[in-house]
Design a protein around this ligand. Structure first.
Ligand SMILES: [Zn+2]
Length: 218
């Protein structure tokens, strides 16, 4: 059966093979690629982290690769520091993605982000991270105050994981608008509003650290 996936990582297996971990519309899977060193059968591109590949495997519990094709190569970003950085963080998050996520909805979204990554890598990463909070069960509460449910919100608290009202916030901020748009809207990367991405990624780093215990080192 022909499948498609995003390569997360590969590890050496026996003398000439490797095990490749991929993210697919069924979740994380592992595929054995036999004879990847010193043979005519070149499986190098199949194991390159960040590549999007289509592939055919044997039908077993631990499937072996029979053929593959690269749909999108991560190699094209080699000279673009921001794209490489964003790609690395996205792959890291895919590695942690909970088993019970709705993968057949998540996979096409991640693929689209990767295909359009170089439009604006930091923006793509921010959109990815905000939407992915859903899969980790750490969605921000954006419509009303986290503490008292008051709808008169004055800003976003990273620590509280959502909106705060004038009574509960120390210092108001205008982060809610971007977070709400990035979390809820569905459009092309370039159509989302622009913001200060370094500051947004810093917030997201803190958000994932506090609420998911993942240190993205952003
Ligand atoms: Zn409140």
């Amino acid at each position: 059966m022909k499948e498609e996936g995003i390569v997360i990582k590969s590890i050496p297996y026996k003398e000439t093979s490797k095990i490749v971990y991929l993210y697919t519309n069924k979740g994380k899977i592992s595929v054995r690629a036999i004879g990847s060193k010193n043979t005519k059968k070149n499986t190098f591109g199949f194991g390159e982290s960040g590549n999007i590949v289509s592939f055919i495997t044997t039908d077993s519990d631990f499937p072996s690769l029979t053929e593959y094709e690269i749909i999108n190569s991560a190699y094209k970003y080699v000279n673009d520091f921001d794209s490489i950085m964003a790609l690395g963080k996205i792959i890291e998050i895919l590695n942690y993605i909970p088993e019970d996520s709705i993968h057949n909805k998540c996979y096409p979204f991640v693929k689209d982000i990767l295909l359009n990554l170089d439009t604006n890598p930091k923006k793509a990463l921010a959109i990815f991270l905000i939407k992915m909070t859903y899969n980790f069960g750490i969605s921000p509460k954006l419509d009303s105050c986290v503490i008292c449910n008051n709808k008169n919100i004055k800003g976003l608290s990273i620590r509280y994981g959502g909106a705060l009202c004038s009574e509960h916030i120390n210092e108001s901020n205008d982060k809610i608008k971007i977070w709400t748009e990035y979390y809820k809207d569905k459009k092309k990367i370039e159509e989302y509003s622009d913001t200060n991405y370094d500051s947004l990624l810093k917030d997201l780093n803190e958000y994932y650290l506090i609420h998911a215990n993942i240190n993205l080192k952003l």
